[in-house]
Design a protein around this ligand. Structure first.
Ligand code: GUN
Ligand code: ZN
Length: 434
């Protein structure tokens, strides 16, 4: 074995499949005393300590007590420019955009400001155990340069794009169909596929793009392999009525995107709170994905997401924070709110489904499950160490818990940034809590 091999010993848990497809018991692998072997930024092997340790010879073993190693969390929808306006009071989506969001995003015309916020944002993601995110920039191309420059330095797997917005927004925040296309293309050429970075064509949402801009966006989405498309869909009732008024010739909100070829594999739609069966069906058959954003849906009063319905139709679903509409960078907190959203609909959210949503489910939604999402050999060594003793209450609750399911559930309800003891990206420690 080579000299760069490293071993991490703790309880280890990772998803193997969607519990909805294989049943809960077949959906995960757990080692009460496990070892994760990492070399050159990749997973070599995961297994029981008693089996792996004797094979390791002089390899350094990092040991964590009362801790759980899982894959890094995946955030399938977040806005980095909105970091400084998280927790802004009192409005639903459309007023919230006009009152808080647009003035905040204006500041990203200044690249130095964008670089400052990108640094704060990435630090916050890593403090919360998120190692991959699908990220909105602003309309300014320099906002995306600043973001990718910061992510590249940390060797993170990140997806981002410049916002396209040529109408129904302040003049200071609009582009044109042609400039949006040219700027996005320039960013794609510079960043897409560089290291672990990927580009997403990013129309904000149907109301803020003209038909001409959507048409060029669809063209661009088809021009490069493995490119992403990232936008918002059916989040809020007033927003949906507005889309109907702006595009009366289309059969519904999703059909606007469909018409302009902004659908398919690697197309990720945030929210989808108010979808009809036909739209769910269309998302499934095109291989598109939905980002379920629990803290945002509650904070902005958008509605209760019907996870089971999307599951029944076979739609890929990942978990998103949607900061700054969302109220936490922490995916354990997203899962806490997701559980309550299910409760309010008389449904359940199994803790192993929660684990899946925050890790392998997100990877599948992003078509990155050959790279991230669990500890299969050869995948990126993006992983986190969760501390069962992070707070006195968590510690006491963990002592009472008798099963892994109980412990995992309590982690998703009580956990937050304090729970994340250490975060690793491509095998390197990128956040230490203590
Ligand atoms: N729809 C259009 N823009 C936004 C945004 O910035 N946040 C959310 N939550 N929804 C949107
Ligand atoms: Zn959003």
């Amino acid at each position: 074995m080579t000299s760069t091999l490293k071993a991490y010993r703790a309880a280890i848990l990772h998803s193997l499949a969607d519990p909805a497809e294989v049943g809960v018991e077949q959906s995960y692998q757990y080692f009460d005393d496990g070892v994760l072997l990492v070399d050159d930024g990749r997973v070599v092997e995961v297994g029981a300590a008693e089996q792996l340790l004797p094979k390791l010879g002089g390899v350094e073993v990092r040991e964590y007590r009362n801790a759980l190693i899982t894959p890094g969390f995946i955030d399938t929808h977040i806005h980095y420019p909105q970091t400084g306006m998280i927790a802004s009071y009192g409005e639903q989506l459309l007023d919230w955009l006009n009152t808080y969001t647009f003035p905040t995003e204006r500041q990203f015309a200044d690249k130095a400001h964008a670089a400052d916020v990108a640094g704060i944002f990435l630090k916050e993601l890593l403090r919360n155990g998120t190692t991959t995110a699908l990220v909105f920039g602003t309309v300014h191309k320099q906002s995306v340069d600043a973001f990718f420059e910061a992510a590249e330095k940390l060797d993170l797997r990140m997806i981002a794009g410049k916002v396209l917005m040529d109408r129904n927004a302040p003049d200071y925040l609009t582009d044109t169909p042609e400039s949006a296309y040219a700027d996005s293309k320039e960013l794609i050429e510079r960043w897409h596929g560089k290291g672990r970075l990927h580009y997403a064509v990013t129309p904000r949402f149907a109301p803020t793009s003209s038909p001409e801009q959507l048409s060029l966006a669809g063209q661009l989405f088809g021009e490069y392999p493995d490119l992403y498309m990232h936008t918002h869909l059916s989040e809020n009732r007033a927003e949906i009525d507005w889309v109907k008024a702006l595009f009366p010739e289309r059969s519904g909100y999703l059909d606007v995107y469909d018409h302009y070829k902004l659908i398919g594999q690697r197309a990720v739609f945030a929210h989808g709170v108010h979808l009809c069966d036909e739209e769910c069906q269309r998302l499934a058959e095109t291989g598109s994905a939905i980002a379920f954003c629990p803290t945002s849906n509650l904070f902005l009063g958008s509605g209760l997401f019907d996870l089971e319905r999307l599951e029944k139709h076979g739609v890929r679903v990942g978990l998103g924070t949607d900061v700054g509409g969302g109220t936490s960078f922490n995916q354990l907190q997203s899962l806490n709110e997701a559980y309550k959203i299910m409760q309010l609909q008389g449904k359940k959210l199994d803790p192993f489904k929660s684990l899946y949503l925050a890790t392998l489910g997100g990877a599948r939604a992003l078509y990155l499950d050959h790279k991230i999402g669990n500890f299969d050999a050869g995948k990126d060594a993006d992983f986190i160490v969760l501390d069962y003793d992070a707070t006195p209450l968590l510690s006491y609750r963990m002592q009472q818990a008798k099963t892994l399911a109980e412990r995992l559930f309590a982690l998703t309800i009580l956990g937050d940034d304090r729970t994340v003891k250490e975060t690793f990206a491509a095998g390197r420690s990128v956040h230490q809590r203590d």
